[in-house]
Every structure is written in C-alpha cells, then in structure tokens.
Design a protein around this ligand. Structure first.
Ligand code: ATP
Ligand code: MG
Length: 210
C-alpha cells in the first residue's frame, strides 16, 4: 500500500450542503491531501432531536453530493452499524485498516470547540491531525485560542485553514424545507432531487415551491 494523506469529513450530513463541499475542497487543496473521505454518522445521539433522515438516506445523499469530485469518496464505516459510533474508535479502526495512511480530521470551528467533550479526545488527537475551518458565530480569536488549548493539553496537531465563510447549516435547510421554503443552491441539485423524491424534512406534506 502506498502512503496517502486522507482528509476525513465526519458529520451527520442531515442533509449534506455546499458548506461541507466547499470546506472539504479548500482543505484538500491547502494541505495537498490525496483524498477526502466523507463519513456520515450512523445513529445520531438522542439529544439532537431535530434530526429526521435515516442513516440510509443520509448516506445516499452524501454519495450523490460527492459523486462528481474525483478526490471525494464516501466511507460507510459508521452508517453501516446500528449502534452509536465514537470518533476515536472510528479513527483507530481506519488506522488499523490502512496503516500507511495519514489521517486529517476536518472540522468546522463549532466542532473544534466541542471536540474535547467527545469520547476520549486524547485518542482522537493521537490518531490524526486536525484541520479546522472558520464558521459563522465563532471568531478567529476564539478558534485560535481553542487550537492553542488543545495543542497544549493533548499535543494535538491542528491547522486552521481559510475557507470562504458560508453561512449554511443542515439545521437551516431542514427548517426551510419544513415550512415549504426553497433550498435550491444550498445543496447540490442531485441532493435536492433526492430530498424531493423521498419527501425528506417535510412536515404535514408541505409542498416545496420551486
Ligand atoms: P447541523 O445544523 O445539523 O448541525 P451542520 O451544517 O453543522 O448540521 P454537520 O453534519 O453537523 O453539518 O457538520 C459536519 C462538519 O462540517 C462539522 O465539523 C461542522 O463544523 C462542519 N460544517 C458544516 N457546515 C459548515 C459551514 N457552513 N462552515 C464551516 N464548517 C461547517
Ligand atoms: Mg453541526
């Protein structure tokens, strides 16, 4: 097996949107990564009660979203199992499966802020380096401070990558669809068609005006 630098985009992707794709593409380019693997979470924690699409639908939408980028692929290691997955375990499994690959976990500033509360963060930072991108609502200073803190506490290796700030979230997309508003241009057209066909995120059979 040849050495490769792999970016990991973990997320619920409920649904995947242009913000995810732009950040992955910019990080790939900035760090000269060979591939980006999108890994949709399987079972979503109960506390995130606004999520409604099944793992199967989210996986299918991510496949559609990345289909036209030769550097992007989907890995279903988390979506294929019915139990909760933990990032530290997923990364360790990937390292075991692909011992010659170097993994960079790509996160938005909101996730960087939260990562320490994930299961056994020291195992995560041992298994991979991290690329963090800015996200609306998080100042550069805050993100820089968090980076320094995690580097000191866990010997984490974190780079902050500049990407165009895109104020899109899956939450907003779910909310807009639920009240019949358009999400055209927020997600790839293929994802839009999938959501339409499978009546995802609609409440009371809302009709989407297109
Ligand atoms: P939700 O609103 O349901 O939480 P989300 O838009 O945050 O959805 P996730 O699937 O939770 O999407 O995000 C996966 C990863 O992508 C996380 O690390 C998150 O920080 C990052 N991310 C998502 N959208 C953006 C964005 N617009 N800008 C920067 N980072 C983003
Ligand atoms: Mg999120």
């Amino acid at each position: 097996m040849t050495e490769k630098n792999i970016g990991i985009m973990g997320g619920t992707f409920d649904p995947p949107h242009m913000g995810h794709l732009v950040m992955a593409e910019y990080v790939r380019e900035a760090l000269s990564l060979d591939e980006i693997w999108f890994i949709p979470v399987g079972k979503i924690p109960h506390k995130d009660s606004s999520h409604t699409a099944s793992a199967k639908d989210r996986l299918a939408m991510v496949r559609l979203a990345v289909a036209d980028n030769p550097y992007f692929t989907v890995n279903s290691i988390e979506a294929d199992v019915p139990e909760y997955s933990y990032t530290c375990e997923t990364l360790e499994k990937l390292k075991q499966q692909f011992p010659e690959y170097c993994f960079t976990f790509i996160v938005g500033a909101d996730s960087l802020d939260y990562m320490e509360r994930w299961k056994e963060p020291e195992r995560i930072f041992r298994a991979c380096t991290v690329a963090a991108v800015h996200r609306m609502g998080y100042s550069n200073e805050e993100t820089g401070r968090k980076k320094a803190e995690l580097e000191k506490r866990y010997h984490a290796v974190i780079s902050i990558i500049s990407v165009p700030c895109i104020q899109i979230s899956s939450t907003e997309i779910r909310e807009r669809i639920s009240v019949g508003l358009s999400v055209r241009y927020l997600v790839p057209e293929t994802v839009l068609q999938y959501m339409d066909r499978h009546l995802l995120y609609r409440k009371n059979f809302t009709e989407i005006k297109r």
